[in-house]
Design a protein around this ligand. Structure first.
Ligand code: GTP
Length: 359
């Protein structure tokens, strides 16, 4: 009796009946669609401006799997450039990746408000791309050449959404190089990736990153301006099977002749190798025999992974020969980064010389 009365009470509750009614569902769907449309329109507007600002600019497109360290790499490149040139670009539209980490919510909020404030202009008076794209000016001092190499590193922010990221694709056709960041330490992690619309396949995350790079590579030059997005439905770690969802971005830029593969998180890779040998996940890997030092083991494993990624890069017929370079780093180790950034500057410098000679 009491239960029947309670049930009736809940049934009659006006909010409850509205929430479950079909009209409420339609209303919600309509609001969601309107919100998405508004976002899409906002992005289209931003894109118009970005298209203008991108004209004749020298940019390096930064891509890579989720949490590979793209933002950290760009942040460190920014700091290095500021040291190199002595110019502090306070208004650049890249926020510190460290600030957005859990536990520092206060500073993350401050950072986002600063970002929107500075996304259009900076202390240096330079006009920046929209808030959907992160960009930093990169400058590397080339000691032997007695000159400084300048370019801009760009990446489409993850919050833009995979479908919307495609909209920037045609801008990246003009990039002078592609920089692909790989998280070395994820070699023993697994991902459930969609194989077809309905089926999922359980695959090693590093292999997926490899496949992603090969997707970029395998497209014909006329498809150079297309963007492909692959969403990892779930990322799972063996043993714990803990899911963590996020998108993985891939881009097809077949016209780019310079490709730089950044093998990142070598510090974590080194620690992990002592516990889980690379051959456990990649049985084709032949570990060097004998009683070797940890450094040699790590170098050999890094070399193997570098070869795997570099072998994905092919020169499409009729296109200039594509050059690929691998940089192994720990982007948190500021002490070692100077040499790596100089190497990056040198690669880009040589590419510019080649382009000038080819014209
Ligand atoms: N130990 C170590 N941690 C790193 C390294 N590089 C990046 N990280 C950490 O990895 C995490 C993810 O780095 P992000 O730079 O945010 O990665 P991202 O590729 O920009 O991530 P998304 O925007 O999600 O695609 C951060 O907590 C970084 O501090 C590294 O070389 N070594």
């Amino acid at each position: 009796m009491v239960f029947a009365w309670i049930r009736r009470l809940f049934k009659r509750h006006p909010e409850d009946s509205e929430a479950t009614s079909p009209t409420a569902t339609t209303k919600q769907a309509r609001t969601k669609r309107a919100h998405e449309q508004a976002r899409s329109d906002e992005i289209d507007e931003a894109l118009k401006r970005d298209r203008f600002l991108f004209k004749d600019r020298k940019v390096v497109l930064v891509l890579g799997q989720e949490a590979a360290g793209k933002s950290t790499f760009m942040w460190q490149a920014k700091k290095y450039s500021e040291r190199t040139t002595g110019v502090s670009r306070s208004g650049e539209n890249l926020h510190s990746p460290h600030r957005s980490r859990p536990g520092s919510a206060g500073s993350a909020g401050a950072s986002s408000s600063n970002r929107s404030k500075h996304s259009n202009s900076s202390g240096t008076g330079k006009v920046h791309l929209s808030r959907w794209v992160a960009e930093i000016s990169f400058a590397a001092r080339l000691q032997q050449r007695g000159t400084t190499m300048h370019t801009t590193l760009v990446r489409v922010r993850r919050k833009t959404g995979t479908a919307q990221q495609r909209k920037w694709l045609h801008l990246f056709g003009c990039a002078e190089a592609l920089l692909y960041v790989v998280d070395l330490s994820c070699y023993d992690e697994w991902a459930d990736v969609p194989e077809t619309d309905e089926t999922m396949v359980h695959s090693l995350l590093l292999s997926e990153s490899l496949k992603c790079l090969s997707t970029i590579e395998s497209h014909a030059p006329r498809d150079a301006r297309l963007f492909g997005c692959l969403r990892l439905a779930a990322r799972t770690v063996p043993h714990t099977r803990k899911p963590a969802t996020s998108p993985l971005l891939a881009c097809r830029c077949a016209c780019l002749s310079e490709q730089i593969i950044v093998l990142n998180k070598v510090d974590l890779f080194r620690d992990k190798l002592a516990k889980i040998p690379l051959a456990v996940c990649f049985p084709e890997y032949e570990q060097p025999a004998g009683d070797l030092s940890v450094d040699v083991e790590v170098a050999s494993a890094v070399e193997y992974v570098a070869q795997l990624f570099m072998s994905q890069v092919h020169s499409p017929s009729g296109m200039p020969e594509r050059r690929v370079h691998a940089l192994c780093m720990n982007v948190l180790d500021t002490g070692q980064l100077g040499a790596q950034f100089q190497m990056l500057g040198e690669v880009l410098y040589q590419e510019r010389i080649r382009r000038v000679l080819a014209e």
